[in-house]
Design a protein around this ligand. Structure first.
Ligand SMILES: N[C@@H](CCC(=O)N[C@@H](CS)C(=O)NCC(=O)O)C(=O)O
Ligand SMILES: [Fe+2]
Length: 445
């Protein structure tokens, strides 16, 4: 597991980034609004996909970054069912599990600092993110937001001190410079909550604390009840997610895939963005493709779609409707909500004798444009950004962009292949595309 502990100096808040090494899916625990640019930059630098922003509770001392991160990445906002937060994507309770990229976090309800406090525990029980329930050698305060010392005492005893002694404790804050502790260490050395201390004594200690209120409590609590968004952002952010009327006659397959039928795509498809998720050789092969459809093979959809507008309607297409169904479900999980798979796929389309486009051999400039579309998809989908890079390869190879020869285009293909592979693109997928285009060049001459 990839793990980073991040710190907000102004409010002494810890934010934790956890990511699965194989799938690169990531979660952030207790992000801070002002630090959203830092967190997004780190996620990007490490090549991660943020799937969830988790809060341990509705904080009183800083504004959560969860809502902003959702707007930026499409991740899901997760918070306790008892936190009273509006607009979260998932409300969790004791015993729930949060899955991301093959990893699981267990949710344990640890109320007492607030009613909606939860701790997140890794499946191997090596790490516990305790929010403000258990702090290092301290505990969260219990004098506001439904604070209840006796409840907190029982939460820590029953839900945290029952973990193995070597479980590492990562709290929501530290005001003394500690980074982490362990369950065993806190059971012995926590002056408020050690195993030798009774519930009555804990209640007394907490009643005697007399702490000044957190500096930002007035603005933090109301904002955190809206996922950390301002009233305007909250209104804007939620409105477009609920479309006024259906954008298309979408029905759900028995497995939950949003689908539209082929005749509807024929009538209305050209007004929508259409994404064909087959491989290059299928797109340009005998079956052909619908004019105007953009080619993004299924394996690249998750990466490329990050740059797409989630409010724009989107029809996904493949050979028979299976892969496009998977793509539609994936896109829905990323926050796209005007999305449908074309039921029956290109086989159904061809069966109805609707027109298709094919890459006709014989025209090297058309082929160059097809190579360009493929390269754009491989580089993340931004045509404007990728164009100079693409034409640059022609210059580098000494090939006339406007009138390429077959040898010239092959040379360019080898260079593009080398480039995407050295940037980390899967070699087998790149080989498949290279070989397909080489065959097309051979056919063209
Ligand atoms: N000085 C900090 C205090 C923040 C504070 O009260 N933190 C809460 C967590 S939200 C707490 O439980 N603190 C425990 C303590 O300070 O002992 C501020 O003004 O923000
Ligand atoms: Fe707190």
């Amino acid at each position: 597991m990839i793990f980073r502990q991040l710190y907000d100096q102004d409010t002494s808040t810890y934010t934790y980034l956890l990511a699965d090494e194989r799938t690169h899916q990531a979660v952030l625990i207790d992000p801070v609004r002002e630090q959203a640019p830092r967190d997004l930059a780190l996620v990007k630098e490490l090549g991660l996909k943020l799937t969830h922003a988790l809060d341990t509770h509705a904080h009183a001392d800083h504004i959560t970054g969860a809502g902003l991160l959702r707007d930026a990445t499409g991740c899901k906002v997760v918070v306790s069912r008892h936190a009273g937060v509006q607009g979260a994507d998932r409300e969790v309770d004791d015993g729930d599990a949060i899955d991301f990229g093959g990893q699981t976090l267990e949710v344990r309800a640890t109320p007492g600092h607030t009613d909606g406090c939860v701790s997140y525990i890794t499946a191997d029980r090596k790490m516990a993110f305790t929010g403000d329930a258990l702090l290092i050698r301290k505990s969260g305060r219990t004098d506001f937001q439904q604070g209840d010392a006796r409840k907190l005492y029982r939460s820590v005893r029953e839900k945290i001190f029952t973990l193995p002694d070597d479980t590492r404790v990562f709290p929501g804050h530290d005001y003394q410079g500690h980074l982490m502790s362990t369950v065993g260490e806190e059971k012995i050395h926590n002056p408020r909550l050690a195993m030798t201390i009774t519930e009555d004594r804990f209640a007394e200690i907490m009643a005697d604390l007399k702490l000044p209120p957190p500096r930002y409590i007035e603005k933090a609590v109301p904002a955190n009840l809206r996922c950390g968004l301002t009233e305007e952002e909250f209104a804007q952010g939620t409105a477009p997610r609920q479309p006024e009327g259906p954008w298309a006659p979408v029905t759900r397959s028995p497995t939950g895939v949003p689908e539209v039928d082929i005749a509807w795509v024929k009538e209305h498809g050209c007004r929508q963005k259409m994404v064909d998720v087959r491989e290059v050789h299928e797109f340009n092969g005998d079956v052909g493709h619908i004019a105007g459809a953009e080619l993004v093979p299924l394996s690249m959809v998750a990466d490329v779609a990050h740059g797409w507008n989630r409010d724009e309607p989107l029809v996904v297409i493949c050979r028979s409707g299976g892969r496009s169904g998977m793509a539609a479900m994936l896109l829905e999980s990323m926050g796209f909500y005007k999305i449908a798979s074309m039921r029956g796929g290109m086989l159904g389309w061809v069966g109805k004798k609707y027109p298709v486009d094919r890459l006709e051999p014989g025209n090297l400039s058309t082929l160059r444009d097809e190579v360009f579309s493929c390269f754009v998809a491989m580089q993340g989908g931004d045509v404007e950004k990728v164009k100079p890079d693409f034409t640059g390869v022609f210059t580098e190879a000494g090939v006339d962009y406007n009138n390429p020869t077959a040898d010239g285009l092959e040379n360019v293909l080898e260079r593009l292949h080398h480039r995407v592979v050295s940037q980390g693109f899967a070699r087998e997928a790149a080989d498949l595309r290279l070989n397909h285009f080489k065959r097309m060049v051979a056919k063209a001459v």
